[in-house]
Write a protein that binds this ligand. Structure first.
Ligand code: CA
Length: 240
């Protein structure tokens, strides 16, 4: 008798958009070896065409593409779809990273990347997307968030840090909630400010840093060496 789990599982489909053959070849090979179905295209226009006609679970998107840049591909896909997008960027291209995340990419990996890092990011993004779909379907109560020893009670607005309930002002609570809801994903400074202070906020971004510092002093074991809320230099913050 066939294993029902094995027959149920179809390969997850990845659209790989990468113009550099020396990267695309080995990467396609690696992803297929991991059990993913891969469609590879080498430019942005082909990417949008494939995306429109195929069904995918994730897009791996190089930013530097001939013709239509990766950021435009990301923007266009986001107009119609919440599909997970991971950007492949050159090292030190902080601007590309920030722009991509603000256009709705879920994560990024800088080249040269390690295979294990990239695969871990792919799995994390796919898992998060699955969880989000399930909680939208009402399978999780949604009024509690618990990660890495930090529990948020969203009804009572209380924070429990490694078993000890602690008070937290509203803005800090909202900021922490946002970071925890997107655990593992980098949120840019502008995204955090927009969501917590609103798009009409004209103050300077130091306010954000001050709030992050206060949250760290409440939840981190060693606030000078944070392990929960990590600074991503030049980009923003990530809850690990
Ligand atoms: Ca490229």
């Amino acid at each position: 008798m066939p294993d029902p789990q094995a027959t149920q599982q179809t390969a997850q489909r990845i659209l790989l958009v990468e113009d550099e053959p020396s990267i695309a070849g080995p990467l396609s090979f690696l992803l297929r070896k991991e059990g993913y179905a891969v469609t590879h295209v080498a430019n942005g226009n082909d990417a949008l065409q494939e995306f429109e006609h195929g069904e995918f679970d994730l897009v791996l998107l190089d930013v530097m593409l001939p013709g239509l840049p990766g950021t435009e591909v990301c923007r266009t896909i986001r107009q119609t779809s919440f599909i997970p997008i991971i950007m492949l960027t050159a090292k030190d291209s902080e601007v590309d990273i920030v722009v991509g995340l603000e256009l709705g990419a879920d994560d990024y990996v800088t080249k040269p990347y390690s295979a294990s890092e990239l695969l871990a990011r792919i799995r994390a993004v796919l898992r998060r997307f699955e969880c989000a779909k399930q909680s939208e379907a009402g399978e999780s109560p949604g009024n509690q968030l618990a990660i890495s020893g930090i529990e948020l009670d969203l009804d009572r607005h209380t924070v429990t840090v490694r078993g000890v309930e602690t008070a937290m002002p509203l803005r800090e609570f909202e900021l922490l909630e946002l970071l925890m809801r997107h655990a593992g994903r980098v949120l840019t400074r502008a995204q955090l400010i927009d969501r917590v202070w609103g798009t009409n906020y004209y103050g300077d971004t130091k306010t954000l840093d001050v709030h992050i510092k206060r949250i760290r002093s409440r939840i981190e074991v060693d606030p000078t060496n944070p392990e929960l809320i990590v600074t991503v230099r030049g980009v923003g913050y990530r809850f690990d």
